[in-house]
Design a protein around this ligand. Structure first.
Ligand code: PGA
Length: 251
């Protein structure tokens, strides 16, 4: 049985004082969930977040990292830097990074390998654009993204990789994929993994859905056969709303 993960992606939001008041309000609302709760916060909030979630069930993630350990890469942060301050998770290849910061399937693959090698839990994002969906190319696009992201990984590494299927047309738009469609896409991703790594590995991989997840649609999405939780943007900025999403299985 795969564990459910509910990860918030704060994107470029929340000053440290806002992060701390979020955590104070949020922590008691999620302290008896069985689901894994993750907050992926801006770099400048990492220290404050890590300090304030100590002793709670909340895990902390970053939203990006570089694939090299050290070097002349002004403005970048390495996997080792994240790991050594006790960050657990890292988002890799979010569509906003691919769209605005020229990330490619190749850089995603390099970052993924590095994250795994330093013991971070990577959340790798894939998903099609509206145009690709309308052209009937969604499945080809996401299977190609998966194949390239996982290129060169061994079975154990694939098992430790979390995937987030995030159709780009659903991110921040209020448009959610139907639970049925999202589940179908995730089954397709699982089949692609099965093709290369076998059923046992494919059944272990945690695959999340992302794109306008809210408290009103979380239960429907997360109780399908193959969706193992969510990567939540906008709705993760409000403690009560995000707690309701985490507690989707309690209502
Ligand atoms: P959203 O963002 O929930 O605001 O649509 C999801 C994401 O980009 O991870």
């Amino acid at each position: 049985m795969r564990k459910k993960i509910i990860a918030g992606n704060w994107k470029m939001n929340m000053l440290p004082n806002e992060a701390i008041s979020f955590i104070n309000e949020f922590t008691p609302l999620v302290n008896n969930t069985q689901n894994e709760v993750v907050l992926c916060v801006p770099y400048t909030d990492l220290f404050y977040t890590l300090l304030n979630v100590q002793g709670t069930n909340i895990k902390v993630g970053a939203q990006n990292m570089h694939w090299e350990s050290t070097g002349a890469y002004t403005g970048e942060i390495s996997g080792e830097m994240l790991k050594c301050i006790n960050v657990d998770y890292v988002i890799i290849g979010h569509s906003e990074r691919r769209q605005y910061f020229a990330e490619t399937d190749e850089t995603v693959n390099k970052k993924l390998k590095k994250a795994l090698s330093v013991g971070l839990k990577p959340i790798v994002c894939v998903g099609e654009t509206l145009q690709e969906k309308e052209d009937g190319k969604a499945i080809d696009i996401i299977t190609a993204q998966i194949k390239k992201a996982l290129d060169g990984l061994n079975e154990e590494e694939v098992k430790n990789t979390i995937i987030a299927y995030e159709p780009i047309w659903a991110i921040g738009t209020g448009k959610t994929a139907t639970a049925e469609d999202a589940n179908e896409s995730i089954i397709t991703i699982r089949k692609e993994i099965e093709k290369n790594y076998g059923k046992n590995v494919a059944e272990c991989v945690i695959i999340l859905y992302g794109g306008s997840v809210k408290s009103t649609n979380a239960k429907e999405l997360f109780t399908t056969s193959d969706i193992d939780g969510g990567l939540v943007g906008g709705a993760s900025l409000k403690p009560e709303e995000f707690a309701k999403i985490v507690n989707f299985d309690k209502e």
